[in-house]
Design a protein around this ligand. Structure first.
Ligand code: 4LM
Length: 394
């Protein structure tokens, strides 16, 4: 069972011991009977294994945690009700007032805003190291370094092994948000990261019908995050949604291959279109980090493409987006169906205009989540919208 494609199907799951059910049952319960007072006491103290209350753990959720730990090559994992709950639980579980969190921006707008608002209200200073670089941004107070394996929405990369090495040499916990790449394309722990997290809402679920998050890493770090994020904050994932993620992940490698194929074709089309000033896709030879992407990403360059119109700013973006038929205008990503959004007014509206400007999130930027439809149909949709919007040949 060494190949990821095999493990995506089998890891964490097998015939249910109660009745042999092949699909992992949804253990839709809040509490678990423990029989006797002493057995209950032993479960609560951790001296005996067993479930007690779904906020702390649930068999369906645990099957998913086991699968995700396996796919990321981690000893342990803990699931949450959203990617944001996972992010907040990492902060609250591992940092304290006076600590610094250094991130390599840009990040998903919600993550950056969480660092700045929630983090700073609790005395955790968030520092964007994208201008000064990593070693120079670390201080004796730095306790954590945070990166996205493929940035949202600019689709830039960081050299993961280099980032992990700097963090390790300074005794700082390194965290990689692997939402855009998934373990099919990049496994940050293999590059030396301490923790990897995901918004499972995206590719892992894959069908746009559930929100969830997960963190994987060492048993000690995951235990600290679990205890705060589940026990104290109550950010647990529901068993029903865990079932949907378990089902979705079985086809993740197949879906990712189709996303990558479609996104490359879409990016190649956009990069030659006269109405498009720049296309961001790590698989294009014109991408400034194409060589790093080829080294660091395995089996493809991901399903996300962003592009900037040559003219028209926000009105130009609206003219294109409002004419798309097959791409649905919505935030989120990683669904089997294609989505398109305007980051400046949606996903990255939470960050300051200066941060948007610094990170190239201009009004003419459009982000595509390329689904698994036939690439020719997606390209025809984009061509139709660009032409009808009057951009062709401008
Ligand atoms: C979006 N993103 O971009 P939940 N990490 C990354 C993300 O892109 C997101 C989260 C964490 C989008 C949502 C509206 C790289 C979310 C947060 O949404 O809390 O599961 O994950 O469109």
């Amino acid at each position: 069972m060494s190949h990821l494609r095999t493990r995506a199907v089998h890891a964490g799951q097998g015939p249910d011991p109660a009745h042999g059910a092949l699909a992992t049952p949804v253990h839709q319960t809040s509490a678990f009977g423990y029989g006797t007072l002493e057995h209950g006491a032993a479960i609560f103290s951790g001296d005996a294994p067993g479930y007690r209350y779904s906020r702390f753990g649930n068999p369906t959720v645990q099957a998913l945690e086991t699968k995700m730990a396996d796919l990321e090559g981690a000893p342990a994992a803990v699931a949450f009700g959203s990617g944001t709950a996972a992010t907040a639980s990492i902060l609250l579980g591992l940092l304290k007032p006076g600590d610094e969190l250094v991130f390599l921006g840009p990040l998903y707008g919600g993550t950056e805003s969480l660092f700045r608002s929630l983090g700073e209200r609790f005395g955790i200073r968030a520092v964007d190291a994208s201008l000064r670089g990593l070693p120079d941004s670390l201080t004796p107070a730095t306790r954590m370094v945070w990166v996205e394996t493929l940035t949202n929405p600019g689709l830039r990369l960081h050299d993961l092994s280099a980032v992990a090495a700097v963090a390790r040499s300074r005794g700082v916990v390194s965290v990689a948000d692997n939402t855009f790449c998934t373990p099919c394309l990049t496994r940050p722990l293999e590059h030396g990261f301490d923790l990897v997290m995901h918004s499972m809402t995206k590719y892992l679920g894959g069908h746009g019908d559930a929100t969830g998050g997960v963190v994987a890493g060492s048993a000690a770090l995951v235990a600290a995050i679990r205890s705060t994020g589940l026990g104290q904050v109550g950010g647990n994932l529901s068993p029903q949604e865990a079932f949907l993620f378990l089902r979705g992940i079985k086809t993740l490698p197949l879906r990712m291959a189709a996303h990558c194929e479609g996104a490359l074709a879409v990016a190649q089309f956009l990069s030659t279109h006269p109405a498009v000033a720049v296309t961001h896709y790590p698989g294009l030879a014109s991408h400034p980090q194409n060589a790093l992407a080829t080294r660091q990403m395995q089996g493809g360059y991901g399903g996300m493409v962003s592009f900037e119109l040559a003219h028209g700013g926000r009105a130009g973006a609206a003219a294109v987006l409002d004419r798309l038929q097959l791409f649905t205008q919505a935030v989120s990503l990683g669904d089997v169906n294609s989505l398109a959004c305007h980051p400046a007014s949606t996903t990255h509206s939470f960050i300051t205009p200066q941060a948007r400007a610094q990170n190239g999130i201009r009004e003419g930027l459009i982000r595509l989540s390329v689904g698994i439809e036939h690439p020719h149909d997606l390209i025809a949709d984009l061509a139709g919208a660009l032409d009808a919007a009057g951009h062709a040949g401008t």
